[in-house]
Design a protein around this ligand. Structure first.
Ligand code: NAD
Length: 475
């Protein structure tokens, strides 16, 4: 038994399944397959719990969340090993995700939500207030199973809801443990986790006892989730796929930004929603930039996430691995030029070595599709309007970045980006107080910040008549 498996409880249901360690394709421990019956029981428990939890104060909820954050921190080592075992990312990146998760528990629960007095006269008072929705279904993907589950759990329970978490079948282990820890600090039924197979997600979105779905995953699945939620008019927040452009101007300090751009294109083997996935470099510096980027990426080690100094772990699952290999095959079918990588080497896991495609046409699949694997297209640009048009030319609009020493110029370009987040001289910076979300087909609504929390609330406008129609004060 490894350290990571020892960390897990013995979760049981009559039928079980297991995940796969993507670095070596060995089976991970058994996990439950929750049934429709389990879901009904969980929803009933969540509805009962909601009655009490929704009446607690912000302070009570914050204290429970902070105690949970401390418990997660105290188990950080076990979580990091388990995350690497199930997701594949290197231990250093697993630890980073754990650190971010507890930062987000503390940060989100420090945001104040106050009643908004819209009018107060001697005759009447009008107040806009925010009330919890009920039961939230939190559907989580496999790329950041800890951080994304945490954002949904905190947003739900801090605003007075109960929550049922559904991890991806590919990465159930850390989410089960996160919720097992949470049950020590919240009343029964406030935070629950149901792990299952592919049938469980649709059961949750269909269930009439669930009031909101917070979903993170692919755009294709997001559309199915929204259609299913429409039947009972559930509230939905959809955080979906992206294909982030980064525009690099000719005035940058190439040597200084190459390591940043290299890391921000390939973190988690590019299985990150908000990663640089289309890199537009000004033609005046293109050749030098590409040569230095290739040299830098070559220094980043590929291997099992448990090995020291590894940067590129495996692709998380076989389906995604097959998709990535198929996309790599377009190098020959579309006559593209690989400046680095481009082929798959035999190994015991789902490894794709980092690949850089040298100036592919805008119409090529490596530019138009989200690879979700370390395959980066780098394109030449010369005209500002043209590059903005290319950057905005897809149906996705999750995030983007502009790199230049000239902040006026960079801001002018950033202002024209059609994306939920845009960074100047960075990418993938996140803060609990700053909302993120997608434009166009990258999503609906936001998570994080005050805006994200309010998506877990109903808005209620209260009209208080202080004097009756004869002018007498109400008692
Ligand atoms: P996915 O859509 O395949 O699955 C996401 C979750 O939905 C899983 O838990 C899955 O079991 C569940 N699910 C699948 N079918 C369902 C259905 N019909 N009804 C309800 N639930 C269902 O996505 P994935 O492959 O796990 O994640 C990768 C994608 O997620 C990428 O496109 C990535 O860009 C996107 N993503 C977006 C963000 C963001 O914040 N915008 C963050 C992370 C990942």
């Amino acid at each position: 038994m490894t350290d990571a498996t020892a960390f897990l409880l013995d979760f049981t249901t009559s039928e079980t399944r297991h995940g796969i360690n993507p670095a070596n394709t060995k089976p991970n421990p058994p996990v439950p397959i929750s049934t429709q019956d389990d879901l009904v029981k969980a929803v009933n428990a969540a509805r009962v719990a909601f009655n009490g939890w929704s009446k607690t104060t912000w302070d009570v909820r914050r204290k429970a969340l902070l105690a949970w954050a401390d418990a997660v921190d105290a188990n950080a080592d076990g979580f990091a090993k388990t995350l690497t075992m199930e997701q594949g990312k290197p231990l250093s990146q697993s630890s980073m995700e754990l650190g971010k998760a507890t930062e987000w528990i503390r940060g989100l629960s420090s945001i104040e939500i106050t009643d908004n007095v819209l009018e107060e006269t001697k005759d009447r008072k009008i107040i806009q207030r925010y009330t919890p929705l009920g039961v939230v279904g939190a559907i989580v993907p496999w790329n950041y199973p800890v951080l994304l589950a945490v954002v949904k759990i905190v947003s739900a329970v801090y605003t007075g809801n109960s929550v049922i978490v559904k991890p991806s079948p590919f990465t159930p282990y850390c989410d089960l443990k996160l919720v097992e820890l949470a049950t020590r600090f919240f009343p029964p039924g406030v935070v629950q986790c149901l792990s299952g197979d592919d049938s469980l997600g649709p059961m949750i979105t269909e269930h009439p006892g669930i009031d909101k779905i917070s979903f993170t995953g692919s755009t294709a699945t997001g559309k199915l989730v929204m259609a299913s939620c429409a039947k009972t008019l559930k509230r939905v927040t959809l955080e979906l796929g992206g294909n982030d452009p980064a525009i690099v101007c000719e005035d940058v300090d190439i040597d200084a930004i190459i390591p940043q751009i290299g890391i921000l294109s390939y973190l988690c083997s590019s299985q990150t929603c908000m990663m640089i996935k289309r890199l537009y470099v000004h033609e005046k510096i293109y050749d030098d930039f590409l040569k230095k980027l290739v040299a830098f990426v070559k220094t980043l080690k590929v291997g099992e996430g448990t090995e020291p100094d590894v940067f590129f772990g495996p692709i998380q699952n076989q389906m995604q691995f097959e998709k990535a290999k198929e996309l790599l095959s377009t190098i020959s079918t579309e006559k593209l030029k690989a400046a680095l990588g481009g082929s798959v080497e035999p190994s015991s896991g789902y490894f794709i070595h980092p690949t850089i495609i040298d100036n592919p046409p805008e119409s090529s699949r490596v530019v138009r599709e989200e690879p979700f694997a370390p395959i980066l297209p780098v394109m030449k640009w010369s005209n500002e309007d043209d590059v903005i048009k290319c950057a905005n030319g897809l149906e996705t609009g999750l995030s983007s970045s502009v790199w230049s020493k000239d902040l006026e110029r960079a801001t002018r370009i950033a202002d024209q980006m059609q994306s939920g987040s845009v960074w100047v001289n960075s990418h993938f910076d996140l803060l609990p107080t700053a909302s993120f979300g997608g434009h166009k087909q990258s999503g609906i609504g936001v998570e994080g910040g005050l805006g994200g929390l309010l998506e877990y609330c109903n808005s209620q406008t209260q009209w208080l008549k202080i004097k009756d129609d004869t002018g007498h004060e109400m008692e």
